[in-house]
Design a protein around this ligand. Structure first.
Ligand SMILES: Cc1cc2nc3c(=O)[nH]c(=O)nc-3n(C[C@H](O)[C@H](O)[C@H](O)COP(=O)(O)OP(=O)(O)OC[C@H]3O[C@@H](n4cnc5c(N)ncnc54)[C@H](O)[C@@H]3O)c2cc1C
Length: 395
């Protein structure tokens, strides 16, 4: 068990169990703390964000400052009990979850309300593995050095991850030969046409060799997650391509939901979730993030749905109806390429874009809006992080 110092037991309050402490689980946990006891199961003692894959692979020091945060550094998680491990079964009748802890012991956790934020597994960069901080750091370093040592790099897949990786590798390392293969005519399906066209131009300017209309022959999970060299074949008829690094970002995602009752899931394994973020058929179970089938783009992570989950759980606790509703936008929005030397470009649903200057991102957006405003404060004191990264095995 990862026991944060200063956890206060407030047993008279209802217990909310959060499964998964990624981007959305942390936000829900941080905003629920006042009127309930929050217990969270986390595969890692750190928030390893799914955001900005391109920056993660090409500028790890910068990326870690923003996207790799020890859970006990979040001030708003001080009252949250975090268990290091993974949920392996959920019994909705008994309202209990079975957890396999990082030391392989198992324990049961009772809940009054359940929030499922277990995300998806995708390629080499998003997994449901139970890991230590050292494991996470080792993988991040290894992935970065794999990129550094490759000369001929192929990125397969034109979604936000593939686009971000191809752009960042080509612009950070102009000596590398970077090719981006994707099946459509333009990158970023699901984004506004203007956003798609903008990124086609940016990729070209960065020196990426752009290959539309290339549908890669599906590979095994093992190959897609390996991050190594090889040959890719195309069912669309073009010749094979061999490179000394293939980065598969074809969106072959697997929801991390195998531990849930099958009736909670749709045919693809995502969680059937209504507009109140409640799991269909379960009035005290909520789902959020990439595993939650809230809308066709499953966009609840980036569209502030943690507020809806928290408000509706608060309403239930107060005996009220969960009346707040998630209204997803029709198109994807946000940053794709991450912070560049000319600023951070944010794309709106209507295709407009705004560029935030570097000084604004570094002096205002990150420290004030994100760190304080959204997360409620993050400690910089690393000695504290090292203490709790040591994991108390007090079960
Ligand atoms: C504020 C915000 C802004 C964003 N902006 C952008 C943007 O500009 N551009 C962009 O591309 N994306 C953006 N995103 C989206 C983001 O890339 C993903 O959608 C987001 O990471 C998904 O979060 P998640 O919590 O569903 O999954 P994850 O962050 O992957 O978290 C899931 C966690 O659950 C764990 N888990 C899995 N199974 C279990 C289990 N059985 N038991 C316990 N734990 C388990 C996993 O290991 C993982 O740690 C944004 C997200 C947020 C929150």
């Amino acid at each position: 068990m990862l026991g944060f110092q200063g956890v206060k037991k407030r047993s008279k309050l209802p217990t909310v169990l959060i499964i998964g402490m990624g981007d959305t689980g942390v936000l829900v946990a941080a905003h629920l703390r006042r009127n309930c006891q929050v217990v969270a199961v986390t595969t890692r003692p750190v928030l390893l964000s799914g955001q900005e894959l391109g920056k993660r692979l090409t500028d790890l020091a910068y990326w870690k400052k923003s996207y790799l945060t020890p859970l006990d550094a979040f001030r708003k998680l001080d009252d949250v009990e975090c268990i290091h491990g993974k949920v392996i079964a959920v019994n909705t009748e008994e309202q209990v979850a079975s957890v396999e802890c990082n030391d392989k012991s198992t324990r049961s956790v009772c809940w009054d309300y359940l929030v499922i934020a277990s995300g998806i597994s995708n390629g080499f960069w998003r997994t449901a593995r139970v890991e230590s901080v050292e494991d996470v750091e080792f993988d991040l370093e290894r992935q970065t050095s794999t990129i550094m040592s490759a000369k001929r790099v192929a990125v397969i897949g034109g979604g936000p991850s593939g686009t971000s990786v191809a752009f960042n590798v080509a612009s950070r390392f102009p000596d590398k030969d970077v090719t981006l293969f994707f099946s459509g005519e333009e990158v970023l399906p699901g984004y506004h046409p203007k956003t798609r066209a903008y990124h086609m131009n940016r990729l070209g300017e960065a020196g990426v060799i752009v290959k539309p209309g290339h549908r890669a022959v599906n590979s095994t999970d093992e190959v897609r997650t390996a991050l190594k060299g090889g040959t890719v074949a195309f069912s669309s008829g073009q010749p094979d391509y061999s490179g000394d690094l293939l980065i598969w970002a074809t969106g072959a995602v697997h929801p991390n939901t195998a531990f849930l009752p099958p009736d909670m899931l749709d045919e693809a394994g995502f969680i059937k979730t209504d507009t109140t973020m409640t799991v269909v058929g379960y009035s005290n179970v909520f789902a959020i993030g990439d595993a939650a089938a809230t809308d066709p783009l499953r966009s609840s992570a980036r569209n502030w749905a943690y507020r809806i989950v928290c408000r509706n759980i608060n309403a239930l606790i107060q005996g009220k109806f969960p009346a707040h509703r998630f209204q997803p936008p029709g198109s994807r929005w946000g940053s794709v390429l991450g912070l560049q030397s000319n600023g951070l470009t944010l794309h709106q649903q209507n295709g407009r874009r705004h560029r935030l200057p570097v000084w604004f991102v570094q002096l205002i957006l990150w420290p004030w809006i994100v760190t304080r405003g959204i997360y409620g404060g993050i400690r910089k004191d690393t000695s504290r992080h090292q203490v709790s990264n040591g994991l108390n095995n007090d079960g």
